[in-house]
Design a protein around this ligand. Sequence first.
Ligand code: FAD
Length: 470
Amino acid sequence: MKGPDAAHSGKPLTMPSYPSNCLHFAKSLIETTLRGPHLKSSPVTLNIILVGAGLGGLVTAIALTKAGHRVKIYEQTAVLGEVGAGIQIPSNSTRILFTLGLQPYLEPYTTEPESIAFRRWQDGKVIGKTKLIPDFVDNFNAPYYVIHRAHFHSALCQKALDMGVEIKLGARVIDCDSVEGSITLADGTKHSGDLVVAADGIKSVARSVLLEGQEMPFRKSGFAAYRAVVDVNKMRSDSELSWILERPALNIWIGDSRHVMTYTIGAGKEFNMVLSHPDSSDPSTWDGQTALEDMKAEFQGWDPVLTKIISMAEKSIKWPLLSGSLLKRWTRGKLVILGDAAHAMLPYMSQGAAMAVEDGVALARSLSHMDSIEQLQEAVDIFQQVRIERAGQMQEASLLNGKLWHFADGPLQEARDAAMAPEVEGIPFNHSPNQWSDPATQMWCYGYDAEKEIDAAWGKAGMGQVNSVL
Ligand SMILES: Cc1cc2nc3c(=O)[nH]c(=O)nc-3n(C[C@H](O)[C@H](O)[C@H](O)COP(=O)(O)OP(=O)(O)OC[C@H]3O[C@@H](n4cnc5c(N)ncnc54)[C@H](O)[C@@H]3O)c2cc1C
C-alpha cells in the first residue's frame, strides 16, 4: 500500500536508516514495521564446514542453507543437548527465527511472559517494570519468549535436519587450517570446504587458531550463577507463592552484589531460576555436592517469598560467568568464528544466544552479496566489521547491568529506584536504568536489523570505506 504522503511528495514513506520510532503512528497504513530477514539467496554456492551444534551453530546452519549453501556440521558430543533449563528469546532473535521458518517448531514450547518485574531484594516490592505484551510485538514486530533450552535446541536441530543439514556427531575438531579451509578431527581425518565457520563455544579451538595461539583474555566478572528449577505444583499448593504463577512473567530480585532472574518454562511446569552471586574462585575447586546448600545460604535474609522458592529446589548447578574481551578479528582467511566463541558475555541482558542468531543471519546475508568466490574475503570482512561492533556493545550493556542491579542500599540504589518509579506507576518516562525499558536502549537492542547493517556496510565498501584487518 502506498504511504499517505504519496500525494505530497509522490514517494512512499520508508523507514529511516537511523534508529527511530517516528513512523510508528502510521504502522497500519504503510510498510514501516521492522521486517524479518529477507533471506536473499546467494549467487555463489559454497561448501561450508560448521563446527559445533550448539544454539549458535544450528541457527547459522539454517540461515546458510536457506541462502543456498551446502552445510555440514561437526559436533564433538555423541548425544546432542543443552545444559541448564531456561533461556529467554528476546524479540530481536524471535524476529529472525520466525523468518527462518522456525515459528511452528518453537511455538508448542514457548511461553510469552507479559512483563518483567524488578523487585527489591528485601521484600519483593516492585521497583521497575517493563510491559512486554503488547509493547514488544507492537514496537519490534516479534514476541519476547522464554523456553526450555532443550526444546529450543531440539527445534533448531529438527529444522536443520528437515532442511538437509548433515550433523556429524562424536566429531571433535582438534585443528583448523585457515588457508586451506579445513578441519582435522580427533580421529585424524581431515575435511575441507570453501569456508570453515566455527561456533564451538567459549573454549573455542578455532579462536586460538585465528588468534595464532593466543588465548582471548576473559574479563573476570567476579560472579558465578546457580541454575535451578522448582516444580510449580509445589509452589501452587503454597498460598504465599501461588500468586507468582498466576500469569507468565519474568521476575528479577536485585540487591547488593546479587540478583535472581526467574520465569516459568516447559508450558508452565517448571519455575526456572538463575541466581547470580559474587565468586572469584577457580571453577575447578567447586564442589557439586554442596551447590544446593551453598545456593540457599547465599540468599539468606532476602525476600521471604524468594527464599521459600529457593528452599524448594532439589538440585542446583553452579556455573562460571565469563565475559570475553573485545576481539579485533573474528576471521582469518577461510575461517570465521561466531557465537560464544567470538563474544561470550555475561547473561545479564539475556542476549548471548540472540547475538549468535544475529551472527548467523548476518553471515548468510554478507555471503549473498558476493558475485563470485573471489569476493569471499570481502564478505567475511564485512560480516566481522558489523558484528564485532554490535556484539561488543552487547557485552558492554551486559556488564553495565551487573553494576546497575547490584548496588548496595544507599544513594545510588535510591536514585536508581526513583528513576524506575515512573514505569511502575504507569507515568510516561524518557529514560530508565532498567535497560529493557529505557527507550533508547530498547530501540538499539530489540529493533536491530542485522541484515540492514550488513547491506549498509556493503554499500560503504562499494565506496571504499571498509577497513580490512587482513
Ligand atoms: C546462566 C546463563 C543464562 C543465559 N541466558 C540467556 C538468555 O536468556 N538468552 C540468551 O540469548 N542467551 C543466554 N545465555 C547465553 C547463551 O546460553 C549462549 O550465548 C549460547 O548458548 C551460546 O551458543 P553457542 O552455540 O555459541 O555456544 P555453545 O552453546 O557453547 O555451543 C558450542 C558447541 O560446539 C561444540 N564444540 C565445542 N568444541 C568443539 C570441538 N572442538 N569440536 C566439535 N564441536 C565442538 C560443543 O559441544 C557445543 O555443542 C545464558 C548463558 C548463561 C550461562
